[in-house]
Design a binder for this molecule. Structure first.
Ligand code: APR
Length: 404
């Protein structure tokens, strides 16, 4: 049992705030709470190595960089991240590029692999004396409607334990203990399956374009996103339910070449596929994001498809809002920001969902030749054409694409 040192918390409390999950949301929150002298404990079921090497997102919005800068958490991304501001669309009607850094609010992304960001956040948290329990599975949050919720866990040796706090922050993702512990009557869940699946790939090959590549093809969507000078993320639209390992490397590269129209626009740099997962494009939003002393952030709060590269950026934004609100309450006895936390996050979440939904309809069209498919494909081609020729559409796109 880990004893808390802070006089404000109840003597048997484990911490003032227990943070479930050591992803971008949980670690930004942990760092900010620690910096404000709030006694917190991060509970993470994976071990440190897994947390620091899990390759996922990597496109940081300008606002995310501002937040990390504000709290002195951006050294790594300034040293190793690379600015990014160009999209290239390849469709049956040709190819065009958008320098979105010169459009909209003139903001750019920073390409910095998520596992590097997580490593930075974890190192900073531990160097600052932060507490984290790796290899500890949170099972449930009990008594969230009270002032002293309990987190039941299986500790590193698999033994059950009960840890108490004034607040619990659920940053443990969509399938975590926090979401599971919410009474269904207390929340509304907005779930939408967009009926599209992507084979997500990481290739040990240099990027083939100096841009995010979006290719729309009768055989399905293909995407190209740089991660580092040696590693590139690709996406290939695939059949629902298809297994990731059903694709041979040869078939992957041949299909990417076909859909990216390499014969017209240049060969792709090939290399070993080092990671592959099938992602069903879904939206999953919970409302409200607070149930008494339990508050959600990151994927635990909302999930959106990777089509808009918003997940990690929302997670960081929500973590900062939650940290500020918890510090206000715990240090100044002012619960106003906590009362508004859910509504403030949901405004950003629905904006991101709306853009993600628009991107899905921009990048995917039914492949049939039936009247309905032809109708929707004509709509899709017209959306792409508007983006190609309309400055106001391009400004809107840039603002939504980089904004959170
Ligand atoms: N107990 C303890 N830890 C848990 C549990 C549990 N029951 N369930 C999940 N976790 C841990 C996971 O191991 C993971 O480290 O919670 C963490 C959740 O981290 P992320 O999935 O990275 O979620 P979040 O911080 O919300 O960031 C979400 O980052 O990866 C991008 O695009 C992705 O949108 C996503 C964003």
């Amino acid at each position: 049992m880990i004893k808390s040192q802070n006089p404000r918390t109840h003597s048997s409390d484990t911490a003032e705030v227990i943070v479930l999950g050591a992803g971008p949301a949980g670690l930004v929150l942990g760092n900010l709470l620690l910096a404000s002298g709030v006694d917190c404990l991060v509970v993470e079921r994976a071990d440190r190595e897994q947390v620091q090497t899990r390759a996922r997102a990597g496109f940081l919005a300008a606002n995310t960089v501002r937040i990390l800068d504000r709290h002195g958490l951006a050294d790594g991304l300034h040293r190793h991240g690379r600015e990014h501001a160009v999209c290239e669309f390849r469709t049956e009607d040709g190819r065009f590029r958008l320098d979105y850094g010169a459009l909209g609010l003139g903001e750019r992304h920073t390409v910095y692999p998520q596992q590097e960001l997580v490593r930075d956040l974890l190192t900073r948290y531990l160097d600052a004396g932060g507490r984290i329990s790796f290899g500890t599975e949170a099972v449930a949050v009990v008594g969230a409607e009270t002032l002293r919720p309990t987190v039941t866990v299986h500790d590193t040796d698999g033994r059950p334990a009960r840890w108490q706090a004034r607040y619990v922050a659920g940053c443990d993702g969509r399938h975590g203990a926090a979401r599971r512990s919410l009474p269904t009557c207390a929340v509304r869940r907005h779930h939408r399956d967009h009926g599209v699946s992507w084979l997500g790939l990481l290739a040990e090959a240099p990027p083939s374009l100096d841009a995010v590549g979006y290719a729309v093809h009768g055989r399905g969507f293909a995407g190209h996103m740089a991660r580092t000078p040696e590693v590139t993320r690709y996406y290939l639209q695939c059949e629902r339910g298809e297994a990731a390992d059903a694709w041979s490397e040869q078939r992957i590269w041949d299909e990417l070449a076909l859909r990216m129209r390499s014969s017209e626009y240049g060969e792709l740099h090939r290399g070993p596929i080092v990671q592959r997962t099938v992602v069903d494009l879904e939206s999953d939003v919970l409302e409200p994001l607070r149930y008494g002393s339990l508050l959600l952030a990151g994927d635990a709060a909302s999930l959106l498809s990777p089509s808009a590269a918003k997940g990690a950026n929302l997670a960081v934004l929500e973590a900062e809002l939650l940290a500020e609100a918890l510090v206000d309450d715990l240090r100044r006895g002012d619960g106003t920001a906590l009362d508004h936390y859910s509504a403030r996050c949901l405004a950003h979440i629905w904006r991101a969902q709306a853009f993600s939904h628009w991107m899905i309809r921009l990048l995917h069209g039914p492949s049939g030749s039936d009247p309905d498919s032809l109708f929707h494909n004509s709509l899709r081609r017209s959306r792409v054409e508007s983006l190609r020729v309309s400055r106001s559409q391009q400004d809107w796109f840039a603002e939504q694409y980089v904004g959170v």
